[in-house]
Design a protein around this ligand. Structure first.
Ligand code: OOG
Ligand code: NI
Length: 471
């Protein structure tokens, strides 16, 4: 009987979640439609160059999802489910302090890590856990009640977890098992029709709309599903022309005519959705919740720690500018663009030469001079010489992760009020090590993954040239 490898399961999982979400949130269909148009037009305008940051088939199918869970147990079970699809925890994001709004979560992203796997299907899910034990957000009584609530609910059935463990252990699943896994896994992220306990929901909402979204309902759901576009400015204009108001300025790097780096994102608030409430007198009645939204992203080149440092300094410089402090989004973008033009390299080659971004390096044999074997007395050849001579051709490594500040902005765009945080209390400590313990497997540092990919390519280049390369 034919069996399915994890990447096939992942691609099918992403497709089914997309179909489900399209039914739940109709504006998502418009977003996908417009994204497809934007990408097709971009490809027509730019030709082969359009695919430098990923093949058009990858980009067209590419999505990231966002889900939120309540407890350590739920987070570790989510990790088991995602492992069945070849998605592993990468990066630690602490959103509790990332913005003025109160966002009581810590997060990681589950995604493929191997470049071949990413090329087959890069589906990733930004997964947040409520910091339900953080006394800055929750009183002793609320912490107790939240713990009891999460202990009592089941997000992922034992059958789903067993099948997921089997897929992860064997690296594949028989067709009938695969069908069952996909059905259960997709269903686990479906918006629940269960009545929402009105008093409990509102109690949590007073602390944070994120807390009520996670702890006020009996299951989890996809918060958003994000297509990737090659030109987010074009998308922004087209969505507005269709009458969908994009509420945020574009987050992340500004539009400019240099290389695209990291991640640019924007979002719009979805409409209210009908839910059934259970009121204090036991009566059931209709109501509305407005918790989900649309988001879109454009991905650029991954930055090295030095590049990220420069990026963070440019963001800080933009923030300090009076126009940004006035809170005028359009002027802030102008300031950001000027800051970039003054400080950031204009070409990929310069990014590579200054060690600010990650690349793989392809060999151009025609550029190798005749007496190359004798150069540098047979010692290591400096990479920058190879790049300057066009022997090593830098090819960008795409940023596959998230930005904490943008993530906090995305959360915030979803909140009606700021919630509350009592900074007199001592925070609960979370970091990548604690997150690894929670998910029950090591959380990878994104930077290590990019660096290893670059190093592998340099080793291969050195072998092809028969020379050692000094980075
Ligand atoms: C996750 C927000 C973060 C992104 O794209 O930065 C995120 C959430 O709203 O649950 O998805
Ligand atoms: Ni997102």
């Amino acid at each position: 009987m034919p069996s399915l490898e994890l990447w096939r399961l992942r691609a099918e999982f992403a497709r089914r979640l997309s179909d489900m979400y399209a039914e739940e949130v109709p504006a998502y269909n418009t977003l996908v439609e417009v994204s497809t148009e934007v990408n097709e037009d971009y490809l027509r305008r730019r030709g082969a160059e359009a695919e430098r940051l990923g093949s058009i088939s990858r980009v067209t199918a590419e999505r990231h999802g966002a889900v939120r869970v309540g407890s350590r147990r739920e987070m570790s079970e989510a990790a088991r489910v995602f492992a069945a699809f070849g998605m592993h925890p990468v990066g630690f994001y602490d959103l509790r302090d990332a913005s003025e709004a109160s966002v009581p979560v810590v997060s990681t992203a589950f995604r493929p890590v191997d470049p071949d796997e990413l090329a087959r299907n890069p589906f990733r899910v930004f997964t947040s856990m409520l910091a339900a034990d953080d006394p800055r957000f929750f009183s002793t009584e609320l912490r107790e009640r939240l713990r009891a609530f999460f202990d009592a609910r089941t997000l992922f059935s034992p059958e789903l977890l067993d099948l997921a463990d089997k897929a992860a252990a064997d690296g594949r699943l028989s067709a009938p098992d695969a069908e069952r896994l996909l059905r259960l896994a997709t269903g686990a992220f479906k918006l629940s029709g269960d009545p929402v306990d009105h008093a409990w929901y509102r109690t949590l909402e007073a602390v944070s709309a994120v807390a009520s979204d996670i702890g006020g309902v009996t299951s989890t759901h996809i918060n958003h599903l994000t297509p990737r576009v090659l030109d987010i400015d074009d998308l922004y204009v087209r969505m507005e022309a269709r009458g969908i108001t994009m509420i945020d300025e574009i987050q992340g790097p500004p539009r400019w005519d240099g290389p695209d780096v990291l991640l640019r994102q924007t979002s719009f608030r979805a409409l209210s959705e009908d839910r059934v409430f259970r009121f204090e007198d036991g009566r059931l009645g209709p109501g509305e919740l407005r918790v989900r939204f649309g988001e879109v992203e454009q991905r650029g080149i991954a930055l090295t720690p030095a590049g990220r440092d420069l990026y963070d300094r440019m963001v800080a410089e933009t923030d300090r500018h009076p126009a940004a402090r006035e809170g005028n989004g359009a002027r802030r973008v102008d300031v950001a663009r000027r800051t970039w033009e003054e400080n950031f390299p204009r070409t990929e080659k310069e990014l590579a030469l200054r060690g600010l971004a990650y690349f793989t390096y392809a060999l151009d044999r025609d550029a190798v001079p005749p007496r190359f074997a004798d150069s540098f007395q047979g010692g290591p050849v400096p990479l920058h010489i190879l790049v300057e001579k066009g022997i090593a051709v830098p090819e960008p490594i795409v940023y596959e992760d998230f930005l904490p500040r943008s993530a906090a902005g995305i959360f915030r765009s979803n909140l009606t009020d700021e919630g509350s945080r009592d900074d007199a209390q001592t925070e609960t400590d979370y970091d990548i090590t604690v997150m690894s313990e929670i998910v029950g497997r090591p959380v990878a540092d994104p930077d290590d993954l990019y660096r290893r990919q670059q190093d592998r390519s340099l080793r291969a280049l050195g072998e092809a040239l028969g020379r050692e390369i000094a980075p």
